[in-house]
Design a protein around this ligand. Structure first.
Ligand SMILES: [Zn+2]
Length: 319
């Protein structure tokens, strides 16, 4: 066992530090319109964040489940959550369908593909899988292909995917989507891809992954953090929410039914809002994740009209 740990730990360390998806896999190009308006204002106030010029609708799709634990969902070492006992949890995996009145159909994250119906690791490969990856379970009717099919939405109509981050439970439906497809993630976000040991298999070599940079030239400050107006019309804002992962993005979507915060894994469980403790898994540092959750909670409390969608929790009265 000790031998195994000695082998796995250095591998994990390299997995965490390596920038994967090098240019041989992806061209890391900066996107052109509409994602990067230049000379953005220094600061956007809350009223401006909610002032959308175009309409957009959002549908929550639950596609599969992840075999996880409470300690992965929330930080049980945080004083406010220290009394809780860790337990196994089976948590939902989500994708979000966006329909923009002018730009068409997009998704935030991808759900789970048919590959996972008879295999907990789907099309992921590698010797490390059982040690570093949680298992996924999905019934045939809940794969992303079949959910979209049941809604009469042809995958060919999909224009692109905005990722909260590149962990497999957020990218695994991608293998079923036709290409070319606009794929957008945060700057510095990476997905593990180590030959023989760990290969997600969700992206293709021909894919181009566009990056949202939250630097001064392209992003603005706001009370919820650094933000980018994705379509330039206020309908959907990308919010830089690092901590769970380095380039994690949450999205504020100004839907026809009011504003919705798609938090992703910056806020995995509604306990985080109630008790103030951040996510349990923090690949980019517990302190960063806590600073992010503090900002999100403060924004939610100031703006109770915002419906909050946690990354891996079932809807509650916090939703
Ligand atoms: Zn996740």
């Amino acid at each position: 066992m000790i031998k195994l740990i000695m082998i796995v730990l250095p591998l994990l360390a390299s997995f965490m530090s390596c920038t994967v998806y090098k240019n041989s896999d992806f061209s890391l190009l900066r996107s052109q319109e509409p994602f990067f308006a230049e000379n953005t204002p220094d600061y956007i106030d809350d009223a401006e964040l909610f002032d959308a010029k175009k309409k957009i609708s959002l549908t929550v799709l639950q596609s599969g489940k992840l075999l996880s634990s409470l300690s992965q969902m929330i930080n049980l070492k945080h004083p406010a959550c220290a009394e809780m006992t860790d337990q196994s949890l089976t948590v939902p995996i989500y994708a979000y369908l966006l329909t923009h009145e002018e730009h068409g159909i997009y998704m935030i994250d991808t759900g789970v593909s048919n590959d996972y119906v008879n295999n907990n690791y789907g099309n992921m490969k590698g010797l490390l899988l059982p040690f570093v990856m949680s298992k996924t379970v999905v019934r045939s009717e809940n794969t992303i292909e079949n959910i979209l099919n049941s809604m009469n939405i042809k995958v060919e109509k999909l224009k692109g995917v905005f990722f909260t981050h590149l962990h497999f439970d957020h990218t695994s439906g991608l293998s079923s989507f036709p290409r070319p497809l606009l794929l957008v993630a945060g700057a510095d976000e990476f997905s593990p891809n180590i030959p023989v040991l760990l290969k997600p298999g969700h992206f293709r070599k021909s894919d181009i992954l566009y990056r949202i940079a939250f630097d001064q030239k392209y992003a603005s400050d706001s009370s919820i953090g650094r933000v980018v107006d994705i379509f330039g019309d206020g309908s959907i804002w990308a919010i830089w929410t690092p901590g769970h992962s380095k380039g994690h993005i949450s999205y504020l979507v100004n839907t026809c039914d009011g504003p919705v915060l798609v938090a992703g894994d910056a806020l995995m469980n509604y306990h985080s809002i109630k008790y103030g403790c951040g996510p349990g898994k923090c690949f980019d540092g517990v302190d960063k994740a806590q600073a992010t959750i503090d900002r999100l909670i403060s924004f939610i409390k100031k703006n109770p009209q915002v419906r909050v969608l946690a990354g891996h929790d079932y809807p509650t009265d916090n939703e």
